[in-house]
Design a protein around this ligand. Structure first.
Ligand code: PLP
Length: 295
């Protein structure tokens, strides 16, 4: 039997600006909190590596915190104090690394709920799902799926919270099950008018020669921290990186394509609907190196 992983939890009082370590196996959240009932809150999932005795390193830390603040603004939640959340992230990561010195890669999920009479926050370590290391090597089969709104709908519909990382992920999870029931691993959402958006928990990047292209976040998707890191590094390496509207034919005709996110890093797309895509393993490796070298 695999050894039990010891997870760590830090609870935050966002109004008081304080945090404390807590038992991840003990009950913590009130049943009347608005997070379990309405998904009324926000979260981030950060990749943390703990290799070569350097201690835990959170990747894209600043970009995650910046997006957390942006999500809070969109939901009219109190602005998260970066110092407090940073300290809580470090405490949870350090405790996890001390208890699990052999685990080189894990993730930390932090969340802010509207709570009930006051906001509640927590920071919890989460294992990297077993499927991801395999998917990084072998790739994923992706199916297109209509997200049900027109591209750029969020620009005129702030209440739709498009581009905020909210705790309401039931439809995202359902899309994954639908993909699997239909012979694929992942869904790639398209707007109702046919513009590529994102996966249920990842962004799309395609390669055309020396050009990397990703959908414009304003079209109706979450602006990914991993995509941003990859674009920064790729631009330094001489690639032309841009945000563009892409249709299904652009994905099918790409030289290579990836689903990218904090816990995936970059997973190559080996099939898109009925089209087989080329798997550029060398470039995928290079992308992993860029993510792991980022702070
Ligand atoms: N899009 C959605 C809907 C997501 O949930 C995520 C991450 O979970 C991403 C994109 C990728 O974002 P990141 O690279 O910051 O992990």
């Amino acid at each position: 039997m695999a050894a039990e992983i010891a997870h760590t939890l830090v609870l935050l009082d966002p109004e008081a600006g304080t945090w404390e370590r807590a038992d991840p196996l003990a009950p913590q959240l009130r049943v009347d909190d608005l997070a379990p009932h309405r998904g009324d809150g926000i979260f981030e999932t950060v990749l943390v590596s703990n290799a070569d005795g350097r201690g835990p390193q959170a990747h894209a830390r600043a970009a995650h915190l910046e997006r957390f603040g942006q999500s809070a603004r969109m939901l009219d939640l109190p602005a998260p104090d970066p110092e407090v959340w940073d300290a809580a992230l470090d405490a949870a990561s350090a405790d996890f690394a001390a208890a699990n010195p052999d685990i080189e890669l894990f993730s930390v999920r932090y969340a802010l709920s509207r709570g009930l009479d006051r906001p509640a926050g927590w920071v919890l370590t989460i294992p990297i799902e077993e499927k991801y290391p395999r998917q990084r090597r072998e790739g994923v089969r992706v199916r297109s799926a209509d997200r049900g709104y027109e591209a750029y709908f969020g620009q005129s519909a702030p209440w739709a919270l498009i581009g905020a990382k909210t705790l309401s992920y039931a439809t995202n999870m359902a899309s994954g099950r639908w993909a699997q029931a239909n012979g694929a691993d992942e869904v790639l959402y398209f707007s109702h008018d046919g513009i590529a958006l994102e996966g249920p928990s990842s962004n799309l990047i395609i390669r055309r020669g020396d050009e990397l292209i990703t959908p414009d976040p304003k079209a109706g998707l979450l602006h990914g921290t991993t995509q941003r890191t990859l674009f920064e590094r790729a631009a330094e390496a001489g690639f032309l990186c841009s945000y563009q509207d892409l249709c299904a034919q652009d994905v099918a005709a790409a030289d290579a394509a990836w689903m990218v996110s904090s816990v995936r890093m970059a997973v190559p797309i080996i099939a898109f609907d009925d089209t087989e895509l080329t798997h550029d393993a060398g470039f995928t490796e290079r992308m992993h190196g860029w993510v792991l070298a980022s702070s």
